[in-house]
Design a protein around this ligand. Structure first.
Ligand code: HPA
Length: 249
């Protein structure tokens, strides 16, 4: 089956034929919400709302370890994570989709590994390519087949939040090579790698990052919500197309 993590704007997946829901306790605590099992395009899927059903968990409060552990226990062939981002690169506009290929992690103080605590051996997982290449390619191929416009590749900067960035911070992220900025991509991706679950992301551009929109304009949460609501339709079409094309579940 495919595991899907839904971010802001995707607390539930329209088009998912739900069969049942199950709470997901793990050795690391509870996942953000009950796991939702069902089918999309006739293929089995497990869905998890990253911020909880009521969108009540801020990015640094999310129990990423429990979320990824709970999904891994379902033995998915991969995790597709949907996450809203601000665009740093000028050609990425609100509503655009991007399949990132790299990450820079600026988060701090989050429980970011399974390899710690009593009895745990020192372990350094390879993270050179943070996203699974094969899953990324399948998403990009499905996007082409379903005529869903996506940018293939980009550098995702993970910031701590929950506040948005300053304009100078966004300038710094751009100098560092980042194309988009979000708050939830890490440690999620690294934890999936530690557990050996292929992981890829669909980034949904919700807004121009701080200092990048119209001069003097603040980032409006209302506008973000509107953009995300609209943009989830192509996200769903993309995931449906990937599953429909897929003979691997
Ligand atoms: N910054 C960080 N995270 C985000 C943004 C942003 O501008 N938009 C959506 N998630």
């Amino acid at each position: 089956m495919l595991a899907i993590i839904g971010g802001s704007g995707l607390a539930e997946f329209a088009g998912l034929e739900v069969s049942h829901r199950r709470l997901a306790p793990t050795p690391y605590g509870d996942a953000s919400a009950a796991l939702t099992f069902g089918h999309i395009a006739g293929r089995p899927v497990v869905f998890l709302a990253r911020h909880g059903d009521e969108h009540h968990l801020v990015p640094h409060e999310i129990n990423y370890r429990a979320n990824v552990w709970a999904l891994r226990d379902c033995e998915p062939f991969g995790i597709v994570a949907v996450a809203a981002v601000g665009s740093i690169r000028g050609d990425l506009r609100p509503g655009d989709l991007l399949i990132p290929h790299q990450i820079i992690d600026y988060t701090w103080g989050r429980a970011a590994t399974y390899h710690e605590g009593p009895g745990s051996a020192v372990h350094h997982v390879d993270f050179t390519e943070p996203y699974d290449q094969h899953l990324r390619r399948r998403l990009c191929a499905a996007a082409a087949a379903a005529a869903v416009a996506v940018s293939d590749g980009g550098v995702y900067a993970a910031t701590q939040g929950p506040r948005l960035e300053t304009a100078a911070e966004i300038d710094r992220l751009e100098r560092d090579g980042a194309d988009v900025v979000g708050m939830t991509g890490m440690p999620e991706a690294a934890l999936a790698r530690e557990l050996g679950v292929p992981y890829a992301a669909i980034n949904v551009v919700a807004n121009c990052a701080a200092g990048r929109g119209d001069p003097g304009q603040r980032i409006s949460l209302e506008a973000i919500h509107q953009v995300l609501e609209q943009a989830m339709q192509p996200v769903r079409r993309l995931i449906e197309a990937m599953l429909a094309a897929d003979d691997h579940d």
